[in-house]
Design a protein around this ligand. Sequence first.
Ligand code: AHG
Ligand code: MN
Ligand code: MN
Length: 339
Amino acid sequence: MTNDSYGITVSRNIIDRQRSHPEATGDLSGLLSELIVAAKTISAEVNMAGLGDFMGMVGTTNIQGEKVQKLDDFANSAIKRRMARCGFVSVMASEEEADAIPVVEGYEGKYTLAFDPMDGSSNIDVNVSVGTIFSIHRAINGGSPNAENDLLQPGRKQVAAGYIIYGSSTMLVYTTGEGVHGFTLDPTVGEFYLSHPDIKMPARGKYFSVNEGNTIYWKDEMSRYVEFVKQADKGSGRPYSARYIGSLVADFHRNLITGGVFLYPSDTKNPNKPAGKLRLLYEAAPLAFIAEQAGGRAITDDGREIMDIEPDCLHQRVPLIIGSRDDVDIAEGFFTGKR
Ligand code: AHG
Ligand code: MN
Ligand code: MN
């Protein structure tokens, strides 16, 4: 990080970006600023989860069929509360809610917001990095009553996307389609400062991130790809090192900075979830936008670009291979039978 970037706050960065678009009304800037306030609230609770009453489960199960952690619930409410009357959003979707979430009447705005309030929940109680992921589209069907349609847009149409990672430091990484920019929270003043301007993902990495506990459920092509990265071949930097945190945001962030590939392919583990585990609207699509803006790539395991998939429902699951462009290209070769 260069010293002169230290003074640039995320608010200044957002305004500078807005200034470069004379037609901008400031609504997107306002939306991002409100979301950042919610993120700071969540960060404060995550960093003290062990001290407050935020460890463990709420005791309910969400639409995903997953047990809801107390921090899932807190983060979900913090974002909903903040965004429901900010005046910039017409409808929201959350991993934690079965249906589209309307905003307070009279406060409808021109954007939609899809979010995973707390990604990596299984890691909360063991103090491993977790995150919040968000995706912003323009409301094209005029919000409610067409709310759900406004949320079901392909990733290619995203206006902005990003994540906050609550790790050894709290970082915000976002894009509005003009590169990827990282900000680190100085908790002593409660400000995010530019620490990673214009992040570029190395074309090829040395890490592969996958849950090998699922090997028996994979398609053969996936097993052959994983065997490939484990083979010794100095010239191509193999064998790769295995890094799997179990928080998508943390695994993705490492690969964004150092290079590497994350894979959560389709599997036969859960017959009613043949596409694997991760969700398109608020996990795969926003991270695919970030990956492409940083020079990387994101595909499914049947050769589709994540950013081109037309969602058919709010909680649609997709196989996800995402990361360094050359690594994703090689993996694609295995999945499409070329290798
Ligand atoms: P969430 O906590 O929002 O449900 O997401 C968890 C996801 C993702 O963060 C991670 O990559 C993946 O689940 C890990 O799944 P496995 O435990 O099956 O590997
Ligand atoms: Mn998640
Ligand atoms: Mn989650």
